[in-house]
Design a protein around this ligand. Sequence first.
Ligand SMILES: Nc1ncnc2c1ncn2[C@@H]1O[C@H](COP(=O)(O)OP(=O)(O)OP(=O)(O)O)[C@@H](O)[C@H]1O
Ligand SMILES: O=P(O)(O)OC[C@H]1O[C@H](OP(=O)(O)OP(=O)(O)O)[C@H](O)[C@@H]1O
Ligand SMILES: [Mg+2]
Length: 406
Amino acid sequence: MSILLPTNLQQCPSSSLSPSPPLFSPPSPSTAFAVVGTRRRCLRLVTSCVSSVQSSVANGSAPAAVVVERDQIRLGLPSKGRMAADSIDLLKDCQLFVKQVNPRQYVAQIPQLPNTEVWFQRPKDIVRKLLSGDLDLGIVGLDTLSEYGQENEDLIIVHEALNFGDCHLSIAIPNYGIFENIKSLKELAQMPQWSEERPLRVATGFTYLGPKFMKENGIKHVTFSTADGALEAAPAMGIADAILDLVSSGTTLKENNLKEIEGGVVLESQAALVASRRALTERKGALNTVHEILERLEAHLKADGQFTVVANMRGNSAEEVAERVLSQPSLSGLQGPTISPVYCTQNGQVSVDYYAIVICVPKKALYDSVKQLRAIGGSGVLVSPLTYIFDEDTPRWGQLLRNLGV
Ligand SMILES: Nc1ncnc2c1ncn2[C@@H]1O[C@H](COP(=O)(O)OP(=O)(O)OP(=O)(O)O)[C@@H](O)[C@H]1O
Ligand SMILES: O=P(O)(O)OC[C@H]1O[C@H](OP(=O)(O)OP(=O)(O)O)[C@H](O)[C@@H]1O
Ligand SMILES: [Mg+2]
């Protein structure tokens, strides 16, 4: 009988500190970690089901030994939850239109990428299926990638900042009772309450990253329990002392009288484009597809943070106007201003009194830039959104090729 489980379940030896035999425990025997809870019950169920029949349970295929031949490149997108709509919208902004006939259909096409098919999967399954070779590319949060990818070298981050799904994975403790004056991870670790017999109890869905973080921070007396959601209730229910969960607005923590602590952030996360190294190096067409997607993403995301600003400026020559513009720190644009003469007729003669300047300005710096333009004589300032900025090449493409060694 063989049971294939996600690697984080397979790798955990038992610990003597758990009230009953734990399934998750310290990466090193010197650290007292144990994870108990729903996953253990699920696992027990799986184990007892298979004890009487010869079977194997794998999440997707087993980790890939060879790249299985197929014609299409497979891109995994989140099938539901917060990341789903944003992933499709991002691709749409890159002129890649995912044609999904109805939301229950789990495979879709992108007409602009005829050799690519989209498979909708839960984010954690996207990571697992990249590892098993069932997917070649995927969009997931960096948190999910770290938790389920567990630093596997086959996973390559092609673009680490897709500009949505921002959150961080953080430890939170009650802001009342014995924790009232605790403000940092160090202070939490040094509380006299924790011992081998009574460790700090942390509720988390991140059963790989949680123990790893505690170990890296030298926190010894800690146990983990897990649940599938609403973890913020665990301290008030008396199930846990602390939680380790994702935070974005902070509202859920606040509403449950919990607070973050200094040194308690495990990772910052946002959506990322991830690929299987094996697929990129061995699957025909995969590298070209990823290049095209990356170029479109970079062009869109770079433009997304910028406005095009056009203004008229009186001057004697283009050079003289350029000098004035370049004297202002916010007005140099991406590669300096474009300056063109504005022609008009005076007394039947064509003349140039004004020059039009065109610059790209970061959205955040817009108002400062407008003030600086006015200060040097700019008038009639027009501001419009930028859609794409295609550079000569994308820095991430070079990085990817170096990473792949090609
Ligand atoms: N406030 C947040 N809470 C949770 N996830 C967030 C938050 N903000 C952004 N995210 C991102 O969204 C991803 C999770 O989305 P969501 O909870 O919808 O999906 P899921 O993986 O299906 O979770 P679940 O198993 O809870 O259904 C996270 O992995 C993270 O990258
Ligand atoms: O900082 P906030 O903006 O309040 O977001 C954080 C909350 O959002 C997520 O829960 P989710 O909504 O996925 O519900 P869940 O409990 O079912 O996971 C996460 O697990 C936190 O509980
Ligand atoms: Mg969730």
